[in-house]
Design a protein around this ligand. Sequence first.
Ligand code: ATP
Ligand code: MG
Length: 426
Amino acid sequence: MELITKAPKGTVDKLPSEINKWHTVEEVAAKVAETYGCREIRTPTFEHTELFQRGVGGTTDVVQKEMYTFNDKKGRSITLKPEGTAGVVRAAIENGLLNEALPQKLYYFTSCFRYEAPQSGRLREFRQFGVEIFGADSPICDAETICMVNDIFRFLELDNVSLEINSIGCPECRAKYHEALKAYYEQYKDQLCDTCKERLERNPMRLLDCKSEICHGFAENAPIILDYLCDNCETHFETVKSTLDKMHIKYTVNPRIVRGLDYYTNTVFEFVSDSCGAQGTVCGGGRYNGLVEEIGGKPLSGFGFAMGLERLLMVMDAQNCAYSPAKQCDLYIAGTDPTSSAYAATLVRQLRQYGFWAECDIVGRSLKAQMKYADKINARFSMVLGENEINSGSAELKNMKTGEKLTVSIGDNFAEKVNSILMDIE
Ligand code: ATP
Ligand code: MG
């Protein structure tokens, strides 16, 4: 096939026939986030490469291997967003959002771009829904935001996802943990993958997250961070857990969760499912108290998550979840001749003012072909206009499902009358 008629590897078209699925998850996610006081933010698709190097972290897979980076015509290094958080933090700092009343609660939808090996649940362009909360230090924020994800899944009637949580402590307790990890991995050093050999010095926690089989195997018996938490971090984690208990949110503690990104502190969590192929994580997030300062703002805590929407839809499909119904044509008005078709165009225009999906012939088809089209697009009602109808000022409104016909005036108040008829039927 010609290259130009084939989408680039790892990208997918979201087609009209499935767009109601996207609308369903987008509407539910936004609505739930708004009940928690989050407001939507939209940030650019590309940023300075350095933002991600700093904000995502130089030892992560994302920065080391997966970014779409290029020089623009003035030689600036630009990167397509591989994730949503860094851009939101940059925008919040730049636009003074962190000087407003805190906590500042934001949500976003974005495309993310990562150069990965495409497979089921793993794309090069994918969609994320995410939330970022700034200036909320309490462990109740952690529990509440996890609860937000849980609410979204509940509204979507999803029940094949489970929550795993962990704490990765603060820089102090993590320093001791790093020592223990280094000592553990030192014995296997020769067998580690090349990336991990290098990470062992710079950020040994990354080794727990490595996807290569051999490194993954060594992670099994590695020391766990929970044994190294300082008193403050321990108390924080205990409160997150007890708050989740009080909210009746089920979870398991998984000490192997470290998250792929460098800026996390304390709570980290993932919602996992076995219905999205080998890529089990639908949503991941946690606390990132070091990030705002790292990106050049004042020291300010953060908590957030990102949900992979293609994976979410895979899980919903696997579970046969219900989506909001696809929109449907309300009324097709056919014309028997060019004059009637032009008249039909004025009537459908009136209907559209009421928010109806209304169509008339814009192709120049015969009456028969017009009715065939009305059938194909599954119009709920149809009407035929000809010289007689126009002269008499009334026409028949046909219910395409039942065949029932009603005479309506096509003069003044046409749209108002059709509106009340269609409302009655619903
Ligand atoms: P993974 O371990 O699967 O690579 P990750 O840790 O890289 O995930 P995050 O950076 O936390 O993922 O992104 C949040 C969510 O975005 C993931 O939980 C997943 O649902 C989704 N996601 C990440 N990478 C991809 C991808 N390449 N294709 C589709 N969805 C993705
Ligand atoms: Mg990844």
